[in-house]
Design a protein around this ligand. Structure first.
Ligand code: NAD
Length: 435
């Protein structure tokens, strides 16, 4: 397989790829919500035009010498959507499905997300079209370092700060930080977040996104006057976000009835034995080999009988076809963009309480902000402090989003967009336009 003809492995890593490929463009999906929220805010036409465009889009070719002696060339992107509120912030994704439009959408979502939780960052995202599951550690390191050097002009603690995303992790962030530091001739820890603790990472960062999902789910249950104990939860995606959310929700007394990964899901209506599932997946094994629960597909998981559904894998999994069959009362969007605009309408009609991605999964970027602050100050906080401050921000943001939605009699997603766009627009007005 070569990097420029990835289709051969698509069936393996994304069994339901056809549904993904037929879905709407994620950038257009994001824009349709933006347009609606901007109209509610009566945003001035000039600002509307500015906020519809990414500030900067970088496309790079990344050659890598493979272990077999062949050279493959990968396409990488970095998009800075808006930096009016501070340095651009956003993860790097390694995946075969990466496209420029996906990266643009993710960069825009980062902009709105940082504004929703009111942290002083703009939004960015990066991605490389590749299949890391077919690459050795040495090849991944070369890919990461060459991609980092290709986009190095944009990177920096004051300009653009990456973090992990799908198929990237602490290890990859350490390589990004080292490559950047080698170029600068001194160690610059604050250039990335989500680093290993030993080299300037923050305690609580790895768990932060799942913890944030747990906090806002509890707030939603409270608002809907539903009990926490015994609440049945189904989680799609058992990676960083999904597996931590499942564990923390279980610790709160919720019953995790199903989890899934790219191979399918495991289901037990009485509750899964999570430590046993984790023991299985820690050996890099997929859930379709897990024997101690009923096997279900990812599609079946979405429509299970449960109170809380946590889509924590990829975009566009809840669409106009399956939205009407969803039985959960609450959807907590751990993933970015898991629900299409067409599905939003159906979920609203059904009265499903959606905690939108730009709020639900903002715990990760919030603790990334804490990590950046700690790196710059050279003073590190204990985990309790990190978790307490994260919880305070998530609870406050949940209240602000739901109050905005209730005040305007709109859904939570539009409430979150309105809050975010209003904050970004306010800074643009104050700064004026450099001409
Ligand atoms: P990850 O790579 O750790 O895990 C992804 C999980 O999704 C894996 O279990 C994988 O098997 C599963 N998956 C992949 N394709 C699938 C498919 N077609 N159907 C079902 N499951 C599938 O990634 P992550 O960091 O947990 O990120 C998951 C989502 O959360 C992404 O949308 C990401 O952008 C978003 N997110 C992550 C963070 C973070 O801090 N990691 C923060 C905010 C948002």
């Amino acid at each position: 397989m070569t990097a420029t003809s990835p289709r051969a492995t698509q069936d393996v890593i994304r069994p339901d790829k056809d549904r993904f490929l037929q879905e709407e463009n994620p950038f257009e999906e994001m824009m349709s919500r933006f347009d609606f929220a901007a109209k509610q805010l009566d945003l001035e036409p000039g600002l509307y035009k500015i906020l519809r465009h990414p500030e900067k889009q970088i496309i790079v070719s990344v050659p890598v010498l493979r272990d077999n002696g062949e050279v493959d060339v990968y396409t990488g992107y970095r998009v800075l959507y808006n930096t009016s509120r501070g340095p651009a912030k956003g993860g790097i994704r390694f995946d075969l499905q990466v496209t420029l439009d996906e990266v643009k959408a993710l960069a825009a979502w980062m902009t709105w997300k940082c504004a929703v939780v009111n942290i002083p960052f703009g939004g960015a995202k990066g991605g490389v079209i590749c299949d890391p599951s077919t690459m050795s550690n040495a090849e991944l390191e070369k890919l990461t370092r060459r991609y980092t050097s290709a986009i190095i002009e944009t990177l920096g603690p004051d300009s653009d700060v990456p973090a992990p995303d799908v198929n990237t992790n602490e290890r990859v962030m350490a390589w990004v930080m080292d490559t950047y530091s080698m170029h600068k001739r001194h160690t610059v820890t604050a250039v990335v977040t989500g680093k290993p603790i030993e080299m300037g990472g923050s305690l609580g960062r790895r768990e932060a996104t799942g913890r944030g999902c747990t906090v806002v789910t509890k707030e939603a249950l409270k608002q809907l006057k539903m009990p926490i104990k015994g609440t049945r939860v189904a989680v799609q995606g058992f990676g960083n976000v999904g597996s931590i959310a499942a564990q923390l929700m279980a610790q709160e007394g919720m019953t995790i009835v199903a989890v899934s990964d790219k191979s399918g899901g495991s289901y037990n209506p009485k509750g899964l034995d999570l430590p046993d599932v984790l023991k299985h997946t820690q050996g890099k094994k997929l859930l379709h080999d897990y024997k101690n629960a009923e096997h279900i597909t990812n599609d079946q998981l979405l429509t299970l009988d449960c109170e809380v559904l946590v889509p924590a894998a990829l975009e566009n999994v809840i669409d106009h076809e399956n939205a009407s069959q969803i039985k959960a009362r609450i959807i907590c969007e751990g993933a970015n963009g898991p629900t299409t605009a067409a599905a939003d309408k159906i979920l609203n009609e059904k009265g499903i309480f959606v905690i939108p991605d730009i709020l639900a999964n903002a715990g990760g970027v919030t603790v990334s902000y804490f990590e950046w602050v700690q790196d710059r100050g050279g003073y590190f906080w204990d985990e309790e402090t990190v978790n307490q401050r994260l919880e305070r921000i998530m609870v406050r943001s949940f209240d602000e989003v739901t109050s905005m939605a209730q005040r305007h009699k709109l859904d939570n997603r539009i409430g979150a967009y309105m809050l975010a766009i209003d904050r970004v627009a306010a800074v643009h007005r104050l700064r004026g336009m450099y001409a």
